[in-house]
Design a protein around this ligand. Structure first.
Ligand code: GLU
Length: 546
């Protein structure tokens, strides 16, 4: 070990509480064969892709023995938002994903023996490793100013060289201890860079558990490890944390493949055993015939809050995501419609290698299946929970008239003709609004016009006869026969033949439409016979005559 390197390391990092050796003792290897994690950055925005990664990582850990933890990757000081880490933890847990360690304790305190689980609280750990690298000649302080870096980039552009700080383009790579001391005394700002031994003409073979061997150019950049603020870059934090937290499988977005050679170099430089890597293809959508990553900026559905607001059930979202991860899942689900997804032996072998399309139609069909199967009691209960948060007015009405709500929701459910009216909880408003007086009143202001053939006189006369004859205990067929008979008596054709004779004002369908519009102020209602039953005679009279 060179004395000047040791002197430099002590100059830069005097009095650190840890050394790499003491850290090994503090965070011993775990007694678990699989340790996975998710490392969201606390942006206050929970990306559906983060939930996808968390679900996958949790499943793989819990199916194979044992730990899944969450790490708060708050190293981007600019992006930080208050409480954002809590939003991440709470959002992920809302999906029923069981997190074993991380900020999951009371008031989001850390739980687990491998913390702290927020990178911002791990400064002394990162410093211990960088200090070690400085001692070993594998890291150095770089005092380049913005302007100097720009000049270097310009030179590289002219010389058609890769842009960045490396080799002969890095003056501080070869600085003496005295030069560093002078710069420090002058109060110059600096970052700590990795001093790589990588070679641009060398190819390296890296292994990915789903992609196999990947051949890549070796890393030859002296990448920043600690920023001017002392905050680590993702690269250092990832290598240090996943080592100390004893992660066995790193599942992360495939945008990190590009830095994989650097991560392996850093891992080797620090004498760690690398974890297994699984680079996950992002969730995509089609735009103008082209596939592109779901974008936080452009796509509302990138944010899980979008799905909560719409009222997608967690069960549907989870089933949908598992189906993307493992093509065997869908068939299993068909055979085991009521089984807990946690009993499915999910594996990483079938993970898609290129971006899977986030297919809303598919999701909707799963969501519809789920709500269709749910009991009406459960639909009402969960629908109300959703409405309390996302549609307060509806929640109030549901609470005021629980029986009416139940009956309205229950129309034709679980019958052979079940119209499967509910895909998401926000469908409840469309399906319930004409049953409540309050919302019916506001619907009435925009009621579509009645069929032209129905004059006020015809309407009055028909309604009078109809109400006299109406009997809520009639079965649906009898009800319909009766409607036809009364309509016929008022000169509405029951068949095409009759209509062709020209002796009728209109057809029975016009009468049914009139009833629908008068009763519900909407052309789209559940089956009219059952709707009438739920509304009851009193409401029918008021609406038909009003
Ligand atoms: N914080 C990183 C990100 O948000 C996590 C990557 C990883 O899982 O290592 O992309």
């Amino acid at each position: 070990m060179s004395d000047s390197r040791l002197a430099l390391a002590n100059l830069l990092f005097p009095n650190l509480p840890h050394t790499p050796e003491s850290l090994e003792i503090l965070y011993p290897p775990r007694n678990a064969s699989v340790v996975t994690r998710v490392g969201p950055s606390p942006t206050g925005f929970l990306h559906i892709g983060t939930v996808y990664t968390a679900l996958l990582s949790e499943r793989i850990a819990h199916l194979n023995g044992w730990v899944f933890y969450i790490r708060n990757e708050d190293t981007d000081d600019k992006r930080e938002i208050e409480n954002a880490a809590h939003i991440m933890v709470d959002g992920i847990r809302k999906f029923g994903i069981q997190i074993d360690e991380g900020g999951i304790g009371p008031d989001h305190s850390d739980m687990g023996s491998y913390g702290p689980y927020s990178q911002s609280k791990r400064g002394a750990i990162y410093q211990a490793y960088v200090k070690e690298l400085v001692v070993r000649g594998m890291a150095y302080p770089c005092f380049l100013s913005e302007e100097e870096s720009t000049t270097i980039r310009e030179e590289q552009t002219i010389a058609k060289q890769p842009l960045g700080i490396y080799g002969s383009y890095s003056p501080w790579r070869v600085a003496t201890l005295e030069e560093v001391q002078t710069a420090l005394l002058e109060g110059k700002k600096y970052v700590l860079r990795f001093r790589t031994h990588g070679n641009p003409s060398k190819r390296v073979n890296l292994h990915d558990e789903i992609r196999g061997d990947i051949e890549m150019q070796d890393n030859f950049m002296d990448t920043v490890l600690l920023k001017q603020t002392g905050i680590p870059t993702y690269h250092l934090a990832h290598v240090a944390d996943d080592h100390l937290m004893r992660t066995t499988h790193v599942m992360r977005g495939d945008e990190w493949i590009a830095s994989y050679p650097l991560h392996i170099q850093l891992t080797e430089a620090l004498g760690f055993t690398p974890p297994k890597y699984i680079h996950i293809a992002p969730l995509c959508k089609l735009e103008g015939g082209n596939k592109r990553k779901l974008s936080k900026r452009k796509d509302p559905e990138a944010n899980v809050e979008f799905f909560f607001e719409q009222g997608y059930t967690i069960e549907a979202l989870v089933d949908y995501m598992l189906g993307i991860m493992d093509s065997g899942y869908e068939a299993w689900r068909l055979e085991n419609p009521d089984a807990d997804y946690k009993t499915y032996p999910l594996s990483i072998e079938k993970l898609p290698l290129s971006g899977a399309l986030f297919d809303r139609e598919k999701l909707n069909s799963i969501a519809n299946n789920f709500l269709t199967k749910l009991s009406t009691e459960e639909l009402q209960k969960r629908g109300l929970e959703w409405a309390r948060k996302y549609d307060r007015e509806l929640a109030k009405l549901m609470e005021l008239s629980p029986e009416l709500t139940y009956n309205a929701l229950d129309i034709e459910r679980h019958t052979e003709k079940d119209p499967r009216r509910f895909t998401v909880f926000s469908d409840l408003r469309d399906q319930l609004q004409f049953f409540y007086e309050e919302t019916f009143e506001s619907l009435k202001s925009s009621v579509p016009t009645l069929p032209e053939c129905i004059t006020p006189e015809i309407q009055r006369a028909f309604v009078e006869d109809y109400l006299k004859a109406y009997d809520p205990t009639m079965d649906r067929d009898t009800w319909f026969e009766q409607l036809k008979t009364i309509a016929h008596a008022h000169k509405f054709a029951r068949t095409g033949e009759e209509w062709k004779t020209g002796e009728y004002h209109g057809r029975v369908g016009d009468i049914a439409m009139m009833l629908r519009l008068l009763l519900c102020a909407s052309a789209k209602t559940p089956d009219l016979c059952y709707t009438m039953r739920v509304l009851g005679r009193e409401t029918m009279e008021r609406r038909l005559k009003g």
